[in-house]
Design a protein around this ligand. Structure first.
Ligand code: ZN
Length: 242
């Protein structure tokens, strides 16, 4: 059975993505890469990150930042820093790249797993922070496993009978028989006070998810953010992982 690398919220952080891809290449048995949105936005290298994922035939869904960069949709809902970065990315990316982002599905079922950025109740915008939000998403899932992103905090919620239990995403978690929602955290801008890139490995045969952290050269990404003329806050927050 296959092992899939789960990535989300890469946010144009090429150095972080390349560190994760190097670890993927060192790990036996990984057969695919699934990305739960926000491939661009915030970071310095939107085009290179998208090209890297396309070259590896990664499966992508759209995040709110992807559509804001591609079409301007939702830009008015962004805070100032996010909007500045999205507008900058619109300049940096080619029309072909923006068309590729605009064409991404917001919900995708692949190999019996549902991928979405936010939740199945609100695919682009809802943050699943608690059991109630997880329950609402899981109730709409047509598959046992759903994967999301958007919060930048790794987590897993499991529905057993009528009860939803949530826990932080760390270590190896057995998914069990009921429905589950897995968020691998953020590759490019983690917000759980651990600045290392956050991602996960889904082992379909074993029915487990293993949460992963990968160190990368944060200072290199910070320099690139400054060189692009992006807001300094976007560089600063990477050091603290918040
Ligand atoms: Zn994001």
């Amino acid at each position: 059975m296959s092992v899939i690398a789960l990535l989300s919220d890469i946010h144009a952080n090429l150095v972080a993505l390349e560190a994760v891809l190097a670890e993927i290449d060192r790990t036996e048995g990984i057969t695919g890469i699934w990305v739960m949105g926000d491939t661009v936005g915030y970071g310095p290298e939107p085009s290179a990150v998208l090209e890297s994922l396309r070259a590896r035939e990664a499966v992508l869904v759209a995040g709110n930042h992807d559509l804001a960069v591609a079409t301007g949709e939702g830009l008015e809902a962004f805070n100032g820093v996010a909007a500045q970065a999205a507008i900058r990315h619109r300049e940096l990316m080619s029309a072909d790249e923006r068309d590729h982002l605009a064409a991404l599905p917001t919900v995708l079922e692949t190999s019996g797993v549902t991928l979405v950025h936010g939740s199945l109740r609100d695919p682009l915008w809802e943050y699943v922070w608690d059991a109630d939000a997880a329950r609402a998403s899981l109730a709409r899932a047509a598959t046992a496993l759903s994967c999301n992103g958007h919060t930048h905090v790794p987590a897993v919620f499991r529905l057993d009978a009528a009860r939803v239990s949530g826990r932080p995403g760390a270590g190896t978690v057995a998914l069990g028989q009921g429905r589950a929602l897995v968020n691998p955290g953020s590759v490019g801008q983690p917000r759980d006070r651990d600045p290392r890139a956050s991602w996960a490995l889904f082992d379909a045969g074993a029915g487990t998810v293993r949460f992963m952290r990968t160190a990368y050269d944060i200072a290199a990404t910070q320099r690139a953010i400054h060189a692009r003329g992006l807001p300094a806050f976007l560089a600063e927050r990477l050091a603290s992982g918040s």
